[in-house]
Design a binder for this molecule. Sequence first.
Ligand SMILES: *[C@@H]1O[C@H](CO)[C@@H](O)[C@H](O)[C@H]1NC(C)=O
Ligand SMILES: *[C@@H]1O[C@H](CO)[C@@H](O)[C@H](O)[C@H]1NC(C)=O
Ligand SMILES: *[C@@H]1O[C@H](CO)[C@@H](O)[C@H](O)[C@H]1NC(C)=O
Ligand SMILES: *[C@@H]1O[C@H](CO)[C@@H](O)[C@H](O)[C@H]1NC(C)=O
Ligand SMILES: *[C@@H]1O[C@H](CO)[C@@H](O)[C@H](O)[C@H]1NC(C)=O
Ligand SMILES: *[C@@H]1O[C@H](CO)[C@@H](O)[C@H](O)[C@H]1NC(C)=O
Ligand SMILES: *[C@@H]1O[C@H](CO)[C@@H](O)[C@H](O)[C@H]1NC(C)=O
Length: 228
Amino acid sequence: MEKTSFLIAAVVLLVLNHSIFSSAITNLTTDQSALLSFKSYITLDPYNVLADNWSTSTSVCNWVGITCGVLLQRVTSLILSNMSLTGSLSPHLGNLSFLSSLDISFNDFHGQIPDESSHLHRLKRVNFEYSNFTGDLNSYSWFGNLPELQYFILYNNGFRGTIGSSLCNISNLEALYLGHNYLQGSIPDEIGKLSNLKILNLESNQITGSIPSAMFFNMSSLQSIALT
Ligand SMILES: *[C@@H]1O[C@H](CO)[C@@H](O)[C@H](O)[C@H]1NC(C)=O
Ligand SMILES: *[C@@H]1O[C@H](CO)[C@@H](O)[C@H](O)[C@H]1NC(C)=O
Ligand SMILES: *[C@@H]1O[C@H](CO)[C@@H](O)[C@H](O)[C@H]1NC(C)=O
Ligand SMILES: *[C@@H]1O[C@H](CO)[C@@H](O)[C@H](O)[C@H]1NC(C)=O
Ligand SMILES: *[C@@H]1O[C@H](CO)[C@@H](O)[C@H](O)[C@H]1NC(C)=O
Ligand SMILES: *[C@@H]1O[C@H](CO)[C@@H](O)[C@H](O)[C@H]1NC(C)=O
Ligand SMILES: *[C@@H]1O[C@H](CO)[C@@H](O)[C@H](O)[C@H]1NC(C)=O
């Protein structure tokens, strides 16, 4: 009996040790270099929002737009909405492994969303509204692997392609705004898998076909649909 508990304790220690070891690999310094890289991809910052404020002489947790966790000092949110920023997204953004909220809406961010962002498994809220992001929505199949995502706002961008089935994999999704893009094709039947969805906005695209019956029968949480 004692031997067994000793063994269990040893295994628990090993596992703990391993996770302590791996969290030592990434820390607030990792977040800092990710954010400095994010800053370096911004080509225009007319009000010097980041230029003056995102300084290495102070902790990233004090930087404008940044919130850190209370217990674990890691960056949990990056909110830089409506700050007249122009630029693209750094692949190093994907190193902010504790990020749960990302809002860079109402700026002029353009280009593709780097695939490295697929590492951001803790994302709950993503708002890219009124940006200039482009690319075929189907080439972003990793969106379907963001299991915590609840609010996903891609409204008013330059996305092409079809809605695809990967978005229908995000089972926690409550709000999906894809309006004002260049999407084509029909609404996939798999949309019915989004049983928690409350808001679906697809307006001002070139979406055709019929409305899947699963939308009426499977999505009991739906409160608002925009298809104009
Ligand atoms: C983060 O880890 C690196 C080495 O892995 C270390 O040099 C650095 O001091 C650590 N930073 C913090 C804020 O703990
Ligand atoms: C950066 O902005 C934050 C929030 O507005 C402010 O509290 C902080 O003092 C600023 N830091 C510097 C170095 O300007
Ligand atoms: C953006 O900021 C400007 C100036 O502060 C303000 O007038 C405008 O209403 C804001 N827009 C949004 C969408 O928040
Ligand atoms: C951060 O991300 C870049 C690009 O994905 C990668 O090359 C680099 O090794 C990462 N750095 C850390 C400290 O994880
Ligand atoms: C997107 O780019 C176009 C052309 O460069 C520009 O006119 C427009 O203002 C940009 N939109 C946003 C939301 O920044
Ligand atoms: C949906 O998720 C399942 C497992 O959770 C995965 O096997 C499948 O490839 C995903 N489909 C898409 C289209 O992302
Ligand atoms: C909708 O619900 C029905 C009955 O529960 C089920 O058979 C069907 O597979 C669901 N469809 C989708 C697209 O989830």
